[in-house]
Structure formats: C-alpha cells, structure tokens
Design a protein around this ligand. Sequence first.
Ligand SMILES: Cc1cc2nc3c(=O)[nH]c(=O)nc-3n(C[C@H](O)[C@H](O)[C@H](O)COP(=O)(O)OP(=O)(O)OC[C@H]3O[C@@H](n4cnc5c(N)ncnc54)[C@H](O)[C@@H]3O)c2cc1C
Length: 722
Amino acid sequence: MAPITLERPVSRAAGQRPKSRAPRLTAMSALFFGMHAAALVAIFLVPFAWKWVGLAMATYSVRMFAITAGFHRYFSHRTYRLGRVSQFLMAFLAEMSAQKGVLWWAANHREHHRHSDEIDDHHSPLHDGFWWSHVGWILSDEYDEVDESVVADLAKFPEIRFLSRHHWIPPLVLAVSLFLSGGWPAFVWGFLVSTVVLYHCTFTINSLAHLFGSRRYPTADGSRNNWLLAVITFGEGWHNNHHHYPYACRQGVKWWEYDLTFYVLKLLSFVGVVKALFCPFWLARPPARPLARLPARLPACPPIVVMSRIAIIGSGIAGLASAYLLSRRHDVTLFEREPRLGGHTHTQEVEGPEGPLAVDTGFIVHNEVNYPLLSRLLRELNIPTAASDMSFGVSSGAGGLTWCSRGINGIFAQRKNLLRPAFYSLLREIGRFNDTAHRLLEEPEADAWTLGTWLGRERFSADFREHYLVPMAASVWSTAPREMMKFPAATLVRFFRNHGFLGARTQHKWRTIAGGCSRYIEPMVRAFRERVHLGKPVKRVERTAAEVTVRVEGMPAMVFEEVVFACHGDEVVPMLAEPSQAEREVFKAFTTSRNEAVLHTDVSILPKKRRAWASWNHLRTGGSDGRPVVTYHMNRLQPLAAKTDWLVSLNAGGLVKEDRVARRMVYHHPLFTMEAIKAQARWQDVSGRNRTHYCGAYWGYGFHEDGLRSAVRVAQRMGIEW
Ligand SMILES: Cc1cc2nc3c(=O)[nH]c(=O)nc-3n(C[C@H](O)[C@H](O)[C@H](O)COP(=O)(O)OP(=O)(O)OC[C@H]3O[C@@H](n4cnc5c(N)ncnc54)[C@H](O)[C@@H]3O)c2cc1C
C-alpha cells in the first residue's frame, strides 16, 4: 500500500492557490486541542470501569453512523430518501459529533468532490500534505463561510438551517445528558474521549484514504480502498469505490467489502424510515444462486433504485436536460468543451451606460404552445418569463426594398412603396402563401419536395422568395438562403403553421426568460455540480459490452456504464473509437452551419428609418461569405430596460464598427435537410444500443424545444418519466 504521487497537472484555475495553507490559531483550533488535552488528563482523574469504555464505544458508534449515513451519504450525496422528521433527527445526531453544521459539512464535501485532488480541493493530502488534509483545513477559518448555493436543496428547510447555524446545540445536549445521567466519568468517556477518537477516525478518510490502499476504479483523483479504514468508519474506507459511485448508498462493491452503514440503512428501509436507496446496477443484480435458506415469507422488499454511472457529453439544453433528469436516479458526470455551461444558451453580462445588463446572444424566445416541455421546465425551476415582441423586417441595403411587420407604418416604412404596384403584388403573394400553404401537406409526394421545387410548382415570384419567405426561413434556421432552397418544403410549412407564422392573427405569444436565459442553468446542475467538468473536451469514447471509457483532454480516462452524446450530430463519429455501421450512416446526414455572432451597439446595421426596425432584422446583403445578416434588436426582443440599443448580429462580417463591439461568439446551428429528416427516423438504430444514447436539437427542427424533447426521450429510455 504505497502512497501515490500525482503525475499530471491538476490545476482547474490558473494554478495558484487562493489562500495560505499555514496553520493558524483560531477559536476552533483552541477548542479542538483543548478537548484533546482535557480528555487525556481527565481519564486519569475519573474512576475507571469497563462500562465507561463501553459507553464511549456506544456514543462513538451512534455518531459515526450518523456522520457516514447522515452528513455524508444523505446530506452530501442524497444517496437515499428520508422523511422530513427523520432528516431532522439525522442532522441532529450527526451534529452531536461536534464537526460543525450540517450545511457546512455538506457544502464542503460537495466542493471536495468537485475538485477532488485538484489544486482547488480544500483538503487534498497530495497537494497539501497529511496534516492539512487531516485537520488543518477544518481548524483554519478559511472555509468557515457556507456557500448556500451549493446546498440549496438542504438550505430550503428552515429547521436544517437553524440546526446548522446553532450546531453547538446537539453536542451540548449530548454532553449535558451524559453528565446528568452518569456524572463525570460518563461525560469524560462518553463525550470527551469518544469525540476525540471520532474526530480522527472521520478525518482519516480525507487524509489516509487518499494515500494508502488499492484502486479498483481509475477515478480522476487519488482515492483508495482501505479495509482498515472501512472497519473503523463503518464502510467509508471503500473510498475509491465511493469516488467512482458518489451517489451510491452502498460503498462496498464486493460482498465481502464490509459496509456497516449500508447494512443499517437497509434495515431502516425495511421498517420504512429510509424511503429509497440509490444503488448502482451491480447491487440490484439477482444473486447467481438462489439462497436456499431464506425464509419463505420475506418482509416487504425495500425500494432499491438501480443507478448507473452515466457520462454526458455537451451542456446545451439537451445535455443539461438529460443530466437534470437522469441525475434523479443515476450518477451523472457532465463534460463540456467550453469553459462555460449552456451551449447555445448564452447570456452575456455587459456594462452599459445605464448599468449592468444581461443580454441573450444565442437562444432567446419561446412560446407556451410550441414549447410545452420548456414551459414546464421553467415552471418547475421557478424561472420567470417576460413577453417578447417577435416583429420581423427585411431590408435590401441602400435604396433596396425595406419593410417590417410592425403594423401599416412598418409595412410601408418606405413611403414610396405606397405607389409601387410590385409591392402590392408581394403583399398579395404573402396572403396567398398564408392561405394556401397548408394544401401542400395534403399532397402525397409532399415529403419529397424541396422548398425550391415547391415554390417553382406554385409559381411564387422571385420577389416573394427574396423579400419574404427566404429571409424569414433563413433567419429562423440561421441558414444561408441558397441552403434554404434545399430545405424540405413540407417541414417548412408544417413549422410555419405550428408556430403561427401563417398570418398576423395566428401569431403565438412569444416569451423570453426574464433576466437572461442562462438563469435556468444553475438550478439544473445543482444536484450534481461537483460532477460538472468545464473546459474538458471529450476526445474519444471506447465501448465494450461491459463499460464505456471516456477519454477527456487533461484528465485520466474515466469508466462509465452509459454515455449520452448531447453534442451536435456531426461531432459524434470523430469521438467514437469504433462507430457501428448504423452510426456511420446516420450521423453523416447531420450537418451544421457556422454562424458568427456579435453583440454590439452599432445601429448603422439597421435600416436608416427607425420605423423599419423590427425585433428580427434581415439584411439581404453585405454579410460574411455573401450571407444575409440577421440582427436581433435585443431591447425589443428580450426586452431590455436600456436607452442604448443593444444588437446581436449574425454573420455581419465587417459591417459592425469595431469600437461598438461588446462580444464576439461563434455558434454552429444544426442544418435541417432531407437527409437529416431520414436519419432522424433511425434514432432507434443507434440510440439505446451499445451503452450509448443520443440527444440534441438536431433530432428535431433544431430549436430549444427539440433539444429538450430529445433529452426527455433519452431519459425515458433509461427509466425516468417526466
Ligand atoms: C444565435 C442563435 C439563436 C437562437 N435562438 C433560438 C430561439 O430564440 N429559440 C429557439 O427555440 N431556438 C433558438 N436557437 C436554436 C437553439 O437554441 C439550439 O439549436 C439549441 O439550443 C441547441 O441545443 P443543443 O443542446 O442541441 O446544442 P448546443 O446548445 O449547441 O450544445 C452542444 C454542446 O456540446 C458541447 N460539445 C460539443 N462537442 C463536445 C466534446 N467533444 N466534449 C465536450 N463538449 C462538447 C458544445 O460545446 C456545446 O456546449 C438559436 C440558435 C442560435 C445559434
């Protein structure tokens, strides 16, 4: 059992430790050493009897169980369910150990898992040595503050907050009770001695269990399995197992890996105190041979929830939603290539003349009718929404045709159009399209027609294509106009009809997320925050019949039972070590268009006349690669309470003045083609096979609801109903 050394760079941040690790004398350390001294002296002052040793062992056992079952497996990792009263009692018992408050314990432990043995770990023996990891970090006041956002799921209970704030009450109750019932010997052995021993046995898990023992799983840290520590801590010594399966209630993996805490929890589940135990799939496997000596009538089977270890690649809405849903029953780890979460959900914080603003630059709008799942999710997460303005305008550059959908004033924003018969023809054609487009869906061959074919058959004019339909569709799908001609016609009409785009009176009430759409991200990852890896691109995924190995840049290989690809379709195959024939065929059909987005305040990109400004402004010329420029007027669309006009332009090339640019971004948008539609129908051929699952907006129209729906489908396939 040799100590291990780190061979790899493990810095998450810039590599500098934020604060000094030198031990300091604090009130906590004075109390801690005072208790040691008092225990040492007092055992010679009080009369000795074996019953006092027995009492010390009893108070040690109850409190060790409460630490491992309560502080650790319940409050830090939520590996089983308790009712509210039992939860309170468990917190009370655990706080009798005099190891600070329940919120402090859980928050620090979650942070430990987030950075385990990285430079930001609060107590890594590999970085800071034995002393600091064992006790130095607790005695310092460096980590006294509790970041409640890390434990928001616990902090919502007022009684837990109370206990945490007044964490001196439970140990005082224990000490006084012992004194009143057995005098000084009971106090010395049952409290002082027992508490000091309990301290050091608990702390060995932070120190020794990262130094000595064996490693069954190649976790990204130095965690080890150590049978001796497992004995004294009632199962916590199977620490490498635990870092591999942090959400598993049971930490012993083999039958002989003694885990007293789990056995007691299992017993408690038989009497209904524990409501559900979360266990990895290996625990739920039926025994190889039936146990002949089992009594015929067994007590009611406690609910064991089967868990898998799942890797999720990508943190757009599809990855976030699958992680959010799967984490209810499984142990999820999320990998994101970028240093931030959200993918196309990207709110930028900017400083305007009126103060700080949160401006959306990717996903912006939704409505209750077409986005039922997203609306439900936002309600569930308690995220407020705001009404949006979805007006649309087209401009052809200097002197060209310009109009927008904001009433008569906007339609005739160019007054000369009042006298142009061609403009009235265009308006008539828009009316004809709105009234008759639905007939396409009754045509038997409709699904085979591209937009170009259908517009030709219906004899829609070039004006109608260039000044209405193509700008609108190209803006919706962030796609080049020439690509739009290859777009499936029936899909476009179905989409326009469902989204209320066929006429002014059919419009739905569009909404945005108040304060920026990134607001929904944090509550979605709260339950597994310590298992989120940012700035970690997955390079390779190797699959066998038994497991999935995920190789990530800058991390050791990690092993999972399942993997969910929540990136774009064209990113999948390069990551797969051995893609199946079906995977090769399906994913080659999915492509994306590259969109440069710029957040800026240069209104010269909008039509000269303000009455022609809409929320979505399509400029037909001058963009990068000859593509149209779409500019969202965020004050109107989001809406923003600012006098300065904030704009997000896609593919604006050099049209935006550099000194007006606040941020630049690149987004790849799924291209919706005939091939993609055919490939979507083959989801079952690739997803749910070979321990691999696929989601992403590219499995639908390419919008936010599609990303969410695809994630719900994956979650349902893995047993989560939502
Ligand atoms: C500018 C813009 C505006 C939009 N506006 C709207 C709108 O208003 N309403 C609407 O409904 N839709 C809108 N959309 C479309 C919609 O938001 C997106 O299509 C949808 O959000 C995509 O979600 P996703 O999860 O499939 O993909 P993404 O959000 O793109 O997420 C994929 C994630 O996977 C990560 N990833 C890829 N490869 C790896 C790897 N190897 N390792 C780790 N991570 C990896 C990426 O970094 C990314 O974060 C807009 C899109 C754009 C570009």
